[in-house]
Design a protein around this ligand. Structure first.
Ligand code: ATP
Length: 203
């Protein structure tokens, strides 16, 4: 049985970048965001349940979720988000576990952007690794990447767990304030640490 390391961090903190570096080192990466997108993409595995719950107005011709229509519903009805998550979460969880079971090597990485906010995966994880950078660096990178203004990015950040709380709940932290070279060195160090300390259970 593989050990699972949960990877989380605020928006734009560098989760995908860090996950890619672990993948380059041969670690299996399971990304809950990617699974969620597949489930709600064309003919995705969640679409039948979503259509039954919200009607055909949220289903596009290619049988993908109409994200804009769904956003409209969730915006005017907060309960709709809960119902959507009640459909998606068990499916994301099942597919994550399926992929983790196939993983080779002593440990695998599970990327969960809202890991602490939802608490859904706590029992599955041997360690929680947080990617961290200052809020200033974070804001700057998200504004650049998404072409968003500062107020919009600040609003998204305010809806997530505060940085200090995320750090307090981490087992391990990667500092992503500097460039890719510094980041790579830290991923190497964490990878070595996990290889040495996360021993697969027998059975
Ligand atoms: P999201 O929460 O939106 O999924 P994320 O946490 O996965 O984001 P990334 O997409 O990895 O974050 O990084 C956010 C942006 O910052 C990207 O454009 C990425 O290329 C850039 N970035 C990440 N780390 C660094 C770094 N050390 N130096 C410079 N740019 C970086």
């Amino acid at each position: 049985v593989n050990k699972v390391v949960g990877l989380t961090g605020g928006i734009g903190s560098g989760k995908s970048t860090v996950a890619e570096l672990f993948a380059e080192r041969g670690v299996t990466v399971v990304d809950t965001d990617r699974i969620s997108h597949q489930l709600t993409g064309p003919n995705g595995g969640a679409m039948a349940a979503i259509e039954a719950e919200f009607g055909s107005t949220v289903v596009r011709k290619d049988r993908a979720l109409d994200r804009e229509a769904m956003r409209g519903i969730v915006f005017s009805d907060p309960g709709a988000r809960v119902r959507l998550e009640a459909i998606l979460h068990p499916l994301i969880r099942a597919e994550s576990e399926r992929q983790l079971c196939l993983a080779e090597g002593p440990y695998a990485l599970l990327v969960v952007p809202l890991l602490f906010e939802t608490g859904h995966y706590d029992a599955l994880l041997a360690r929680v690794l947080v990617v961290d950078c200052s809020e200033e660096v974070q804001r700057h990178r998200v504004m650049q990447r998404n072409g968003l203004d500062e107020a919009t990015v600040s609003a998204i950040m305010a809806a997530q767990l505060p940085r200090a709380e995320r750090l307090a709940r981490a087992d391990d932290v990667i500092d992503n304030n500097d460039g890719l070279a510094a980041l790579t060195l830290q991923v190497d160090a964490k990878h070595r640490y996990y290889l040495a300390n996360l021993v697969a259970d027998s059975a």
